[in-house]
Design a protein around this ligand. Structure first.
Ligand code: CAA
Length: 379
């Protein structure tokens, strides 16, 4: 396995690092405090090609590999995980899902705009009673010949208020269980589609999380993705790649907290010397550095598996499970190293600690990743 980055990948990583420092960092505390969506920043990320990174240039994408995408996710997440989840959902779930399984018409109509960030998308699987148990869909899409009638509620939807295009998973034929589920492209503004209130969250507060309500929404049949009944497989296949993006986000949060803690420990003095000279702190830094590098190797391997056309269900789940655990542990230690300063907002680490928690929950909780991993190894 060779993880030496190409010149192009190094340039992309540097571009993301510069963007995060110059454009995301200045307002990140304020956006977190006010729960403000990074509207201007998202527009600029679209101009840089960060919103359709793996999309074929013929659909206005950047045509890059998954490893480049992971590098960008890592660098953005070091500074602002609220912005990086917008990038992750748009890239791995919405653009990838439509490009891989959509029709030519769907790609022309939606993907071209999603890939440039002219519009952004949302992925709508979770429901009040279907989070981890994703086959228990209560939202219905009743087949009416040339269209479906959609009814139900979706919860905790990233980009819920700002998206223009929503990939909605819904049950068409209850008797067929998960084989009777469909994925439909729903546009904002369709009659009967309402965006619910914004969630007041612990972390990633700059991202826009809403419930969605569908009341007799007429969705044309040409908006179905794949064959009738393909919706659950569509969700599973899409989420397998999404988990690599979230693993990279977790890696970035951990690395961002570590970089801040390392710098702080070399400046802050206690007992007559910089605190990095105290073994209690130095050993924490050693553990953090080692865990982050281990997480990075898992994330890069999953990205490489996807780029090489190998199965990435297992490697993606392992990367997400481990990187999110490292994100949580590392950010807690980064706050500890900062002492009292770690507990106030100006030093960023408390926000990174709050942001880390969601990486153990969304796109499949850590417990779900263990189901995927154990089924894969036991058979
Ligand atoms: N690829 C293709 N097909 C898959 C698959 C995969 N990775 N995983 C499962 N399937 C298929 C199975 O083959 C099966 O189909 P067949 O019967 O036709 O063979 C079907 O899906 C059902 O599979 P299971 O019997 O394994 O289903 P299950 O009920 O035991 O659940 C699960 C499996 C892995 C637990 C799944 O429910 C799951 O992933 N749950 C978590 C859901 C999740 O990640 N939600 C995140 C919400 S989205 C989000 O967070 C986005 C955001 O905003 C940031």
């Amino acid at each position: 396995m060779n993880f030496k980055l190409s010149e192009e990948q190094e340039l992309i990583k540097q571009a993301a690092r510069d963007f995060a420092k110059n454009e995301l960092l200045p307002g990140v505390i304020d956006r977190d405090e006010k729960q403000e969506f990074p509207k201007d920043e998202v527009k600029k990320m679209g101009e840089l090609g960060f919103l359709g990174m793996m999309v074929d240039p013929k659909y206005n994408g950047s045509g890059l590999d998954t490893l480049s995408y992971v590098l960008v996710m890592e660098e953005l997440s070091k500074v602002d995980a609220s912005s990086s989840v917008i990038v992750s959902v748009n890239n791995s779930l919405v653009c990838w899902g439509i490009e891989k399984f959509g029709t030519d018409e769907q790609k022309e109509k939606y993907l071209k705009k999603l890939a440039t960030g002219e519009i952004i998308g949302a992925f709508c699987l979770s429901e009040p009673e279907a989070g981890s148990d994703a086959t228990s869909q209560k939202t219905t899409a009743i087949d009416k010949g040339d269209h479906y009638v959609l009814n139900g509620t979706k919860n905790w939807i990233t980009n819920g208020g700002t998206a223009a295009v929503y990939l909605v998973i819904a049950q068409t034929d209850k008797d067929k269980k998960h084989r009777g589920i469909n994925a439909l492209i729903v546009e904002k503004g369709m009659d009967g589609f309402e965006v619910g209130p914004k969630e007041n969250k612990l972390g990633i507060r700059g991202s826009d999380t809403h419930s969605l309500i569908f009341n007799d929404v007429k969705v044309p049949k040409e908006n179905r993705i794949g064959e009738d009944g393909f919706g659950f497989k569509f969700a599973m296949k899409t989420l397998a790649g999404g988990r690599i993006g979230i693993a990279a986000q977790a890696l970035g949060i951990a690395a961002g907290a570590y970089e801040l803690a390392l710098k702080y420990s070399k400046e802050r003095k206690a007992f007559g010397t910089e605190i990095s000279n105290h073994q209690a702190i130095a050993f924490k830094l050693a553990d953090m550095h080692t865990q982050i590098q281990a997480a990075r190797l898992l994330v890069y391997q999953a990205a490489k598996d996807k780029d090489n056309g190998d199965n990435y269900d297992l490697s993606g789940a392992m990367a997400k499970l481990y990187a999110s655990q490292v994100a949580m542990e590392t950010t807690v230690e980064a706050v500890q190293i900062h002492g009292g300063n770690g507990f106030v907002k100006d030093y960023h680490v408390e926000r990174l600690m709050r942001d880390a928690k969601i990486t153990q929950i969304y796109e499949g909780t850590s417990e779900i990743q263990k189901i995927v991993i154990s089924r894969s190894i036991i058979g």
